[in-house]
Design a protein around this ligand. Sequence first.
Ligand SMILES: Cc1ncc(COP(=O)(O)O)c(C=O)c1O
Length: 387
Amino acid sequence: MSRFAYDETALIHGGISTDARTGAVNIPIYQTSTYQQDGLGKMRGYEYSRTGNPTREALEALIAELEGGYAGFAFGSGMAAITAVLSLLHSGDRVLISSNVYGGTFRVLDKVFNHFGIVYTIADTAHPDVFASQITPDIRAVMLESPANPLMTVTDIRAIAEISHAHGLLVIVDNTFMTPYLQKPLALGADIVVHSATKYLGGHSDVVAGLAVVSTKELAEQIAFIQNSTGGVLGPFDSFLLIRGIKTLAVRMDRHVENAQKAAEYLKNHTAVKTVYYPGLPDSPDYAVNQKQAKNGGVMISFELHEDYDIRVFFEALKLVMLAESLGGVESLVCHPATMTHASIPAEIRKQVGITDGLIRLSVGIENIADILADLEQAIAQAKTGK
Ligand SMILES: Cc1ncc(COP(=O)(O)O)c(C=O)c1O
């Protein structure tokens, strides 16, 4: 539980927010690998920075407080956080993953964890009844994203957690797209939250980082052991950058969401646009469930242009909005999921789950919305083929 009534305050003062020794209002970058010991077995709280570092610890306490969890853990990337959490599984275990989970999550299960006898099934977490019918005795965990990348499909986290817990499954939610400012999966019944903190939490496209937050002491002990044993920890400088980014999360997200709402409405009303996926649009099939569990529809939008528009021309014509992997920075970015973020998912599975070759994903930045829309407009106009 957070000690603060409002997230805006917790983002700035949560966790360990000042340096106890000096009173510094920012946690210093403790750029050290090791710590002097006063005698055998006489440590001053730290022994080696893989095991513990004060800057990383401040970040870990902050994310735990923001997500309302028991403990937080910081890793060198979102994938390192996900890998650490999946390392709770044993040979012979199966994990259910939501159908349009991040491509890297799919890949680590499909190509790495399979070496250790841990298998996965793609599950329909968006439809709790179908999901319930997919549970078999070898399943130990479910890993989901809501909204899921890149079709922004929303999962009723509380419903899935209830069904999963009735079968003794661990519920893991990747909260990257929402952040704890917009959605708190642990309060909805999840056991573990993971983040690519590279995205909104960092917020400036200048750090690659991952976070995990667990709900119980038992899980905290297990993840702490895995974190220290496998070693994918976040360094002190990157921990500092993340703390700095998180302080402004609320103001950034408010502007991001305001812009995203306008961009989604613009795209929905555009004659060149065939489909828009954004759970913040009241006529989206995902709107009602999303409203129930999140503050708003978030920032990510996917859309398809009609067949007489050439998306290659569209991407190349953009002047302000940049074609790049990633999302969540202050600058607007677009990507082509089929060849970029979701390229590691085989074409037939992409087709099955609806990730078409024409799908465009937009991470709406905090520039003036008029500039973003003008750039989209001129690029769409150039992309018209006349066919
Ligand atoms: C939803 C989601 N989860 C996890 C990841 C992986 O995070 P990282 O790139 O920080 O390893 C990403 C990266 O794009 C993502 O979008």
